[in-house]
Design a protein around this ligand. Structure first.
Ligand code: PMP
Length: 420
């Protein structure tokens, strides 16, 4: 039941997603992996801003940097002027992320959101190749703006545009049609075949683990095959690392384990460190083809986000953070597998990589019931997948074992309660 102070939202907010029905309370405070509502109830956050809070809520070192920055007369809004905060971020990003991985990319600030980086990637791929089509995959989610939505394979979300969307072709993601269909061979056949109706695309865009699409994990082998296909056909490879990036799957970039090198990388969500809006588009230098001013935007270089983002890069000076995320990820996977094994009638399937985890249920609406039960027990989790069939777990990566155990125990109770 909604708390009394939810009434203002019910009366005044539009029916669109801004009025959040899944978590019917008013939140007031947050720290690390915890949230508190106006009634003083403590919640465990396994949602983490859909991956925007990998370093948790209000990280103390980032808070300090932000407060110092704000109280020292520094510049907050500067459009895309060069600032000290921006310079420091760029330098640290190069030193801590790009150089140790021997990656050579130009950094672009496309706007404050994930959809902004995807839009910039789509535009650039089309400009560089002079081709129009972009291939994405079944279950893909790339954002709500018109271009990003056109490559998002979710008909409910697409209906939000009111009319059919074009410029995109969705091919089956790995295993979407089972082992019998090799979607990449199919795609290559289509490209060779004048009768297929598929024009040579500008780019292929993918998530290495599909977040909104239901925690679908691509194998390293499949990712390598996609890269090889792109190289054979001179198609740009775009990795949308908005949700899976910034350490969510273990390494900083989700594709590192596969050893591929995308032409364009989209980052947002946790790149801002503190939950502050920020996005990056990383571009292989040879494709950095925009004329100055061809892609701009008012909030594409927010200095507070740079300050928090620079501090967040400290997590990446050693490989401890990656190792810990992988260790905690294994723990989550084992716990979920045990829950699945304990309830064979639920036909549950455990999915994930690192701390991007999910449990898919056979019965329609079961995952939604689990999330509701979890909320009443003060655990925040969301569903994902085209039919909301997956309970998705994205705890902040900084979570300790105690928090993880408590959250998992609540999940287990919630599954039992949803069955009753
Ligand atoms: N790409 C992916 C993979 C995402 O998960 C999301 C957001 N869930 C986006 C793009 C869009 O990001 P935003 O909501 O910040 O526009």
């Amino acid at each position: 039941k909604a708390s009394p102070d939810m009434r203002v939202f019910e009366q005044l907010e539009s029916e669109v997603r801004s009025y959040c029905r899944s978590f019917p309370t008013v939140f007031e405070k947050a720290q690390g992996y915890k949230l508190w509502d106006t009634q003083g109830r403590e919640f465990i956050d396994f949602f983490a801003g859909a991956g925007a809070l990998n370093y948790g809520h209000n990280h103390p070192a980032m808070t300090k940097k932000l407060v110092d920055y704000l109280t020292s007369g520094n510049i907050v809004h500067s459009l895309d002027m060069a600032t000290k905060a921006k310079e420091e971020f760029l330098k640290r990003f190069d030193e801590v992320i790009l150089q140790p991985r021997q990656l050579d990319y130009k950094v672009m600030f496309p706007g404050p959101t994930g959809a902004n980086t995807v839009e910039s990637a789509l535009k650039l791929a089309r400009k560089v190749t002079g081709r129009e089509t972009v291939i994405s995959f079944t279950h893909a989610f790339h954002g709500m703006t018109l271009g990003a939505l056109s490559i998002t394979a979710n008909s409910f979300k697409r209906h939000g545009a009111g009319v059919p969307l074009n410029h995109a072709v969705s091919m089956p993601y790995e295993n979407y049609l089972g082992d019998a269909v090799d979607s990449l061979t199919l795609l290559e056949r289509y490209l060779e075949d004048k009768g297929s109706g598929i024009d040579l695309p500008a780019a292929i865009i993918l998530e290495t683990v599909q977040g909104e699409g239901g925690i679908n994990v691509a194998s390293s082998q499949w990712l390598k095959q996609v890269e090889q296909l792109c190289r054979r056909w001179d198609i740009l490879l775009i990795v949308d690392d908005v949700q899976a990036g910034c350490g969510r799957t273990g390494p900083f970039f989700s594709f590192e384990a596969a050893g591929i090198e995308p032409d364009i990388i989209c980052l947002s969500k946790s790149i801002g460190g503190y939950g502050l809006p920020m996005a990056l588009t990383l571009i292989k230098p040879e494709f950095d083809k925009w004329a100055p001013g061809e892609h701009n935007g008012t909030f594409r270089g927010h200095n507070l986000a740079f300050v928090a983002a620079t501090e967040a890069l400290s997590f990446w000076e050693t490989d401890t953070f990656t190792k810990e995320t992988l260790r905690k990820g294994e723990k989550v996977k084992l716990a979920l597998q045990r829950m699945a094994d304990d309830h064979p009638e639920l036909e549950a399937e455990v999915r994930g990589r690192g701390l991007m985890a999910g449990i898919a249920f056979g019965e329609t609406d079961f995952a939604s019931k689990v999330c509701k039960e979890a909320f009443t027990r003060q655990l925040i989790i969301e569903t994902s997948g085209p039919d909301d069939e997956v309970a998705k777990l994205l705890p902040p990566l900084i979570i300790d074992d105690e928090g993880l155990d408590r959250g998992l125990a609540i999940l287990e109770e919630s599954i039992k309660a949803a069955k009753a």
